[in-house]
Design a protein. Structure first.
Length: 116
């Protein structure tokens, strides 16, 4: 999948293999090997490729089908990676039953309002 996505992303940016190689401080042969599946870039190089080609590493690796996650996905990821939220989530199983019922009720209210 990487070879297909890499070639597509490079062409979408209208870059030749030589131009991409120059941007990444590597050789045209290296780019060709990646695009033909003969070798794969290191993780650090994959990050640099994604920045150079304006796409996510997840896209290049075939995890998602769009070059960048949607705004909603980004907002959810930022929310889910919030240290305070993670702390709260870890403590959730130790919460009182009454607090868990209240939380569930709030969630149901939010879901109902979303449908309005």
């Amino acid at each position: 999948m990487l070879e297909i996505r890499l070639r597509a992303a490079r062409k979408a940016k209208k870059l030749t293999q030589e131009q991409l190689a120059s941007s990444l401080n590597t050789t045209k042969a290296t780019i060709s090997n990646w695009e033909n599946g003969h070798s794969t870039p290191s993780n650090d190089m994959l990050i640099l490729i994604s920045k150079t080609l304006d796409c996510s590493t997840d896209y290049l690796l075939g995890i998602i089908d769009t070059p960048f996650p949607s705004k909603d996905d980004k907002e959810f990821e930022a929310f889910a990676n919030d240290p305070e939220l993670q702390k709260w989530y870890k403590e959730l199983p130790e919460s009182k039953e009454e607090d868990l019922r209240r939380l569930r009720k709030m969630w149901e209210i939010l879901k109902e309002n979303e449908n309005l």
